[in-house]
Design a protein around this ligand. Structure first.
Ligand SMILES: [Zn+2]
Length: 82
């Protein structure tokens, strides 16, 4: 499994293939730079991580769509994500 670039959980079966993370709902389009706006997410990773810390999803629209049990299914981040 691959680490989600937003939340860091190992929730993706492939990298940079537009898979949606079930932990934070970030769509992995391959953007890795924190300050580059990701097209499908319409946000930067910096913003998405901030949102994740604030309300538990990469953006407000996804708050009700994230799987609250996903964090228990996938390997946790190796380093804490801010
Ligand atoms: Zn994620």
């Amino acid at each position: 499994m691959f680490a989600c670039p937003c939340c860091g959980y190992f929730s993706l079966s492939s990298s940079a293939s537009y898979e949606i993370c079930s932990v934070c709902f970030w769509e992995d389009d391959g953007v890795r730079d924190e300050h580059t706006v990701s097209g499908p997410n319409q946000a930067t990773l910096a913003t998405a991580r901030q949102n994740l810390a604030e309300f538990g999803a990469c953006d407000l629209a996804s708050v009700d769509r994230v799987d609250r049990q996903a964090r228990e299914r996938y390997r946790a981040p190796e380093a804490p994500v801010d």
